[in-house]
Design a protein around this ligand. Structure first.
Ligand code: 3PG
Ligand code: MG
Length: 424
């Protein structure tokens, strides 16, 4: 076994990932040091400005804490998928401008390169307490290839490495994986919060625990569903993927989005759920229409009465009442994915009602709620209830991989670095 493999084995622990190996930044002396912070600045840019600053705000506490402690903070980030080719739409420059706006009392510089002379000079010129944001890491193909040479060039810019990009943790890329073997590596505040909240909800939740998984397709969430039925007391399947489960039960689903090729998979998941004493909860009624169109004429019908020429577009009132009743009987809920065609009015109504109900029960102290994923977070934001949940993840893909039971490469890299430091 190589040294890295041995450390990975320690960091992996006997069963699950041993998160106790991951070191937080608290208490680390960073004064006067060059601290590389990997952030997830993969945010929507419209007309050259940041259209949604949520991810920037969530990493701000780490950047601010380091700057206040006298570090020279150097932020590494990616935006979009430029695949080695710089384009105006994928520049990190607007994000640096937004960061400056969010921390008006701190000097925030933008350095238009990632490695090389200009990056070296720019970062060396930083004074303690100042922040530099480097250009898009993905302008170098070495980033996505996890190239050790590229990681070395990045590591040369800093003395300490902090990863605060949980939402990029499922990518084995140079700035989140290889680099953690080259510098003392720590988890930022957001990274710590994400892995703690998701770790607790999945590994040692207060029971009964329910997961609600929606979204279009079973095929994209097979691992998530499979892992969850072995861990949850109840699994609510919603959205388009529920249709495939209904089909597996021999129900008429009309012209609904569904995946007949995955009926066998749905049956396997139901059988595994039964063996694992996890109850799978499917819709009992639906909102159906003849077409998926804004304000299309729609009506409610029981799952057994979906006409052959209609399509299922949202959960019906009896399904929502069932969900509400069940939610009041559980202690923890994990939620990913909408219950209907969320983006087309009025078929987002079921998802929005669910967002309100989870928020209400959490506010009243009755529920521990953890949610993540693009549409799910949008639904919470539409209702203005994001802050009411126990934890809302900034991650999409990484959140799903975690729910699927995967060990995320960037989290493993931090654990490996921690195990190495402890062994010294
Ligand atoms: C995300 O937005 O989910 C992360 O930043 C990862 O981006 P990617 O899917 O392009 O790797
Ligand atoms: Mg993505």
């Amino acid at each position: 076994m190589t040294e890295l493999a041995a450390l990975a084995a320690i960091a992996n622990g006997a069963g699950g990932l041993d998160l106790s190996c991951v070191k937080p930044i608290d208490g680390v002396d960073v004064a006067g040091k060059r601290v590389l912070v990997r952030a997830d600045f993969n945010v929507p840019i419209e007309g050259g400005v940041v259209a949604d600053a949520t991810r920037i705000s969530r990493v701000l506490p780490t950047i601010a804490q380091l700057a206040q402690a006298g570090a020279k903070v150097i932020v590494l980030a990616h935006l979009g998928r430029p695949k080695g080719v710089p384009t105006p739409e994928t520049s990190v420059r607007p994000v640096a401008a937004k960061l400056q706006e969010l921390m008006p009392d701190t000097v925030v510089r933008f350095i238009p390169t990632v490695i090389g002379e200009e990056a070296k000079r720019g970062t060396e010129a930083l004074k303690p307490g100042e922040v530099a944001v480097l250009e898009n890491l993905r302008y170098h193909t070495g980033e996505e290839k996890n190239d050790p040479e590229f990681a070395k060039a990045l590591a040369a810019l800093g003395d300490i490495y902090v990863n605060d990009a949980f939402s990029s943790a499922h990518r084995a890329h140079a700035s989140v994986d290889a680099i953690a073997d080259l510098l003392p590596a720590y988890a930022g505040l957001l990274m710590m919060a994400e892995i703690t909240a998701l770790g607790e909800a999945l590994e040692k939740p207060e029971r009964p625990v329910m997961a609600i998984v929606g979204g279009a397709k079973v095929s994209t969430k097979i691992e998530v569903l499979t892992n969850l039925v072995t861990r949850m007391d109840q699994l609510v399947v919603g959205g388009g993927m529920a249709t495939t489960f209904l089909l597996a039960q021999g129900k008429e689903v009309g012209t609904s989005l569904c995946e007949p090729d995955f009926v066998a998979t749905a049956k396997d998941i139901m059988a595994l759920a039964e063996r694992s004493s996890c109850e799978i909860v499917l819709p009992v009624d639906e909102v159906v229409a003849m077409k998926l169109e804004e304000n299309a004429e729609s009506w409610i019908c029981p799952v057994d009465e979906v006409p052959a020429d209609a399509m299922i577009l949202d959960a019906g009132p009896a399904s929502l009442a069932n969900l509400t009743r069940r939610l009041s009987g559980v202690r923890t809920v994990l939620w990913n994915g909408p219950l209907g065609a969320f983006e087309v009015k009025p078929f987002g109504a079921g998802t929005l009602a669910l967002a309100r109900e989870i928020a209400r029960l959490t506010r009243e102290g009755k529920l521990i709620s953890v949610a993540g994923g693009g549409d799910t977070v949008r639904a919470l934001n539409v209702e203005g209830v994001s802050d009411d949940l126990t934890y809302v993840s900034t991650a999409g893909g990484a959140f799903l991989e975690w729910l699927g039971g995967h060990k995320l490469p960037a989290v493993l890299a931090l654990a490996r670095s921690g195990a190495r430091a402890a062994a010294q």
